[in-house]
Design a protein around this ligand. Structure first.
Ligand SMILES: [Zn+2]
Length: 134
């Protein structure tokens, strides 16, 4: 099942381009240790972009304190921001979330978020880069 994205690179190129921690999450579907992301304390107005390809993903307006230790959002910034896929690893069925532009793994979405969507986009901070403003 080859899926195609606007930004595509070989594994070796991604490895060169990303920090080891970002590579592990974005290209290897890893999970950062909870509570480690500096973005947990990011409360300025702005946009969270994909750390791999700079695609805009989430607005600070949709960020909320989930208490999980991972940056959490109620929805993506628009309907072209992310894609989802069913993930049956770790003996669970979860919905995987990835960047719609480069396919980089971001985290998962769960149906236990606050209004208005009732969704919790649980993101790895290392897969995001914050740009203040707007
Ligand atoms: Zn991306």
């Amino acid at each position: 099942m080859a899926q195609h994205y606007a930004v595509e690179m070989s594994d070796a190129e991604w490895r060169k381009r990303l920090s080891p921690a970002a590579y592990e999450v974005l290209r290897r579907q890893g999970t950062e240790p909870p509570g480690t992301s500096p973005l947990l304390k990011e409360h300025r107005l702005g946009v969270f972009h994909c750390a791999a390809c700079n695609w805009p993903l989430y607005s600070s307006k949709d960020k909320f304190e989930s208490g999980t230790g991972w940056p959490s959002f109620t929805r993506p910034i628009n309907d072209r921001a992310v894609g989802t896929e069913t993930d049956r690893s770790l003996f669970m069925t979860r919905t995987e979330v990835h960047c719609a532009h480069c396919g980089g793994h971001l985290g998962h979405v769960f149906p236990d978020g606050p209004p208005p969507t009732g969704l919790r986009y649980c993101m790895n901070g290392v897969a995001l880069s914050f740009q203040p403003g707007r």
